[in-house]
Design a protein around this ligand. Sequence first.
Ligand SMILES: Nc1nc(=O)c2c([nH]1)NC[C@@H]1CN(c3ccc(C(=O)N[C@@H](CCC(=O)O)C(=O)O)cc3)CN21
Ligand SMILES: CC(C)C(=O)C(=O)O
Ligand SMILES: [Mg+2]
Length: 288
Amino acid sequence: MSETSVYGASSPVAGDSSSVTPRRRRPTRVQHLAQMKADGEKWSMLTCYDYSTARIFDAAEIPVLLVGDSAANVVLGYDTTIPITVDELIPLIRAVVRGAPHALVVADLPFGSYEAGPQQALESAIKVFKETGAHAVKLEGGERVADQIAALTAAGIPVMAHIGFTPQSVNGLGGYRVQGRGDAGDQLVADAIAVQEAGAFAVVMEMVPADLAGQITRKLTIPTVGIGAGNETDAQVLVWQDMAGFTHGKTAKFVKRFADIGSELRSAAEQYADEVRRGTFPAPEHSY
Ligand SMILES: Nc1nc(=O)c2c([nH]1)NC[C@@H]1CN(c3ccc(C(=O)N[C@@H](CCC(=O)O)C(=O)O)cc3)CN21
Ligand SMILES: CC(C)C(=O)C(=O)O
Ligand SMILES: [Mg+2]
């Protein structure tokens, strides 16, 4: 190990350089995602909000990490994503950039930071780029934010769009509901085309019927990223606490739990407290 500190940000990531046949992992960039669509290769995205978790997902070779405004829910404990601000997200984005040298890091633009128009969107995204090292931003909306997407793209800021159920509009949408059913499907197709034409490099589709998401995926040249949008999108995204069993209470139907980290962590905390109570921790090997 070449680590100089147990906290060192420059220490090697597991699997990066220690394998028998060294393989140089190139950082993921937006062009690679376009290439993967051309090759029919599906990819995954996870949310991420801190340095320690970023290191783990980077080692797991998750190509794209999203510092989502879902931090409002899973980090700060709010009911919706509406209260979180750019200033609250910035230190989290920075931490993820530091922890994930290979991932493409996408930063959500939170509610209130881009709706007023292209000028406001530029100011917010430029602040995020200057202060964090993120590689792209994401904003919610289709046709209604096409001007913002075009302005950011023209300024050299790659944009991931987000259509279908857009959580920042939960009050306008009347709750956490599937979007694009029936006639609303035409609007969803129009939104998908609008964000592609405005220059988005990818588009998230949230809570959309699987058939419709498949049709849109085949129609678009940019990659589609599904969450509750079935199996025919080019990529998938989940909130990491949901997929790792670290969210309390009921989760949405689109969530699959790949682990039970919450129970593991609770058990570790209980054992620690128990050993402290019994006086068995710290042992001589943990003492100076
Ligand atoms: N932890 C977490 N996971 C998420 O996926 C997530 C967040 N937070 N915060 C921001 C948004 C909000 N999202 C949500 C939140 C709730 C439902 C939900 O309650 N879905 C129900 C009802 C669906 C319906 O009535 O049609 C479900 O069973 O899927 C879905 C998406 C997705 N995003
Ligand atoms: C659920 C994903 C797409 C998101 O926008 C977030 O985590 O904020
Ligand atoms: Mg979000």
